[in-house]
Design a protein around this ligand. Sequence first.
Ligand SMILES: [Zn+2]
Ligand SMILES: [Zn+2]
Length: 136
Amino acid sequence: MERNLTGGCSCGEVRYQFQGTIAMAVYCHCRDCQRSSGSGSAAVFAVPKKDFNSSGVTSSYQSTGDSGKSVARHFCARCGSPLFSDVELLPDLAFIRIASLDNPSEVKPTMHIYCDSSQVWDRPNDPLPKFGKMPG
Ligand SMILES: [Zn+2]
Ligand SMILES: [Zn+2]
């Protein structure tokens, strides 16, 4: 389904726009998402990079995922809102925080990933498929 979505950070410095088809939408329970969100998981959706544009200054932090490949997390340099990531393993996709959308209700996660590191106080408890790591 063709979607037209907009979003950005808290302070308005960074704005982004996407028009196209969403590749996936997940709750990610990996430790990096936990640290960058300060919670048990992050709700994220992925879109083709060619259909995604952003404006404004972001800072980024690059870490190494459990695949051994890098993940660069972009956040607003001014207000710190987590926004989107570049994942070396899936270079054609942008991974965007659902909560950064202007209307976060427009995208719903369809699965839980990296449940191996889910926290006892935030175990997924719904009928969605659950994967210990990234589904093959
Ligand atoms: Zn900001
Ligand atoms: Zn994650």
